[in-house]
Design a protein around this ligand. Structure first.
Ligand code: FES
Ligand SMILES: [Fe+2]
Length: 430
């Protein structure tokens, strides 16, 4: 299959089958209240309804009622389940049919007509769905901020109107930061004072074409950007791709802040994007700056959730005058809006034939290769990384640091891991 098609995620595609091996975060826990309105969810190209019954349990079902196919979106959310308003059939959170009130007693078949339901659970402020083939689902992921309880997380959601991999690649694209986000970084430097963050930021801004190393890792892929720093040292910025749709950025000094980004396919051309940031060390404006963006009020449309206020229809609220005056490199406010402009403007599924990838894009080409190879291997029966052992993802940590000038990337990374915890030995890079 060609590389364009490999990005598709329907249930009949290699990537779609591989992704369905994992738990998939599909909504924020706050989107549905007990006994409240069911919500239309588009996940991996499938139209689903999520609801929280009167007892607070979450159910995810095919939107079509198994009786005659009317949409359960219009259902009545009752204490113990969702009742279709067409003929009154009722289903619990596991899809079990509880009532067929329009059918004569001798013809009732409650056990033979369940709603098609997926396993769902509520954790870290997110509703997770398992859409895979196993009767007993694998463990939930537990890496990065996902290790922390929901009340210690800053959770933000937005929708990207393009393919999930294209959006994810925006987060592991290495050399754009010093251009696309230049104004924000320069402003941060001006505000900065004289702490270590400021010193690192200075090295960062001084070099726009760092050396890039990209490696395969147990959990996916990882990169290090190397820039000149104080005599005898090198300045590294590190990030990761984690199977199947996560990225770990460089949120600050290595080992201090924890952030993970999810790029979850709604379908082939729409992406549910989440940012989870551990609030432990940084509850201030900087944590907010990198994560939460203004979104329009959610609607009940399949595509109506978490649409950013700055979007393609208004040119991301670009201020051309500010750009011309030199006040802003892009004229677009906020880092996430700048990122979204870049990857959405490639079109809903970018055309690989127009690309000219260079050494600055090694992380992107390596990640595509690793992902597509894993999806092909999965077709032949090989389970992709971290499905059964999600804790390996704990070896993936992002951040920046100074290391001895002569250290290889992976050795400098292991050294940092040893410093922040005892997990250094567990970091294996193939
Ligand atoms: S279509 Fe739902 S009860 Fe008939
Ligand atoms: Fe960016």
């Amino acid at each position: 299959m060609d590389r364009v098609e490999m990005r598709r995620v329907g249930s009949d595609t290699p990537m779609g089958r591989m992704m369905r091996e994992y738990w998939i975060p599909a909504a924020l826990s706050s989107e549905m209240v007990a006994g409240g309105a069911p919500v239309r969810l588009l996940v991996m190209g499938e139209k689903l309804i999520v609801f929280r019954d009167g007892m607070g349990q979450v159910g995810v079902v095919d939107h079509r009622c198994p009786h005659r196919g009317a949409s359960l979106f219009f259902g009545r959310n009752e204490k113990d389940g969702l009742r279709c308003v067409y003929h009154g059939w009722k289903f619990d959170v596991e899809g079990k049919c509880l009532d067929q009130p329009n059918v004569v007693e001798r013809d009732k078949t409650l056990d033979k007509s369940p709603a098609r339901a997926y396993r769902a659970t509520d954790r870290n402020g997110l509703i997770w769905v398992y859409m895979g083939p196993r009767a007993v689902p694998p463990p939930l992921p537990d890496f990065g901020p996902l290790e922390f309880p929901g009340d210690q997380l800053i959770v933000a959601a937005s929708q990207a109107r393009c393919n999930w991999l294209q959006a994810l690649e925006g987060a592991i694209d290495n050399s754009h930061t010093g251009f696309l986000h230049r104004t924000e970084l320069e402003n941060r430097l001006k505000r900065g004072g004289s702490g270590p963050d400021t010193e690192l930021l200075r090295y960062f801004l001084a070099c726009q074409n760092p050396e890039l190393e990209a490696l395969d890792a147990e959990w996916g892929t990882m990169y290090g950007n190397r820039r000149p720093a104080r005599p005898g040292t090198a300045y590294w910025r590190v990030g990761h791709f984690v199977f199947p749709f996560w990225s770990i950025p460089t949120p600050g000094p290595f080992g201090r802040d924890r952030q993970v980004l999810g790029w979850i396919p709604m379908d082939d051309t729409h992406t549910f994007h989440i940012s989870l940031r551990w609030a432990g060390n940084d509850r201030g404006p900087r944590a907010q700056e990198s994560a939460i963006i203004e979104t329009l009020p959610n609607t009940t449309d399949w595509y109506g959730r978490w649409i950013p206020a700055a979007n393609a229809e208004n040119d991301y609220q670009m201020d051309r005058e500010a750009q011309l005056r030199g006040d802003s490199y892009t004229g677009i406010q906020r880092i996430p809006n700048q990122d979204r402009m870049a990857y959405e403007s490639m079109g809903e599924m970018s055309d690989y034939d127009v690309e000219h990838l260079k050494s600055s894009d090694l992380m992107i080409s390596r990640t595509r290769r690793r992902l597509f190879a894993a999806a092909e291997a999965h077709e032949r029966g090989t389970m992709p990384p971290a499905v059964d052992n999600p804790s390996i993802c704990n070896g993936a940590r992002g951040g920046d640091y100074l290391a001895a000038e002569n250290l290889k990337f992976i050795d400098s990374y292991r050294e940092q891991m040893r410093e922040i915890d005892k997990a250094g030995a567990a970091v294996e890079v193939k």
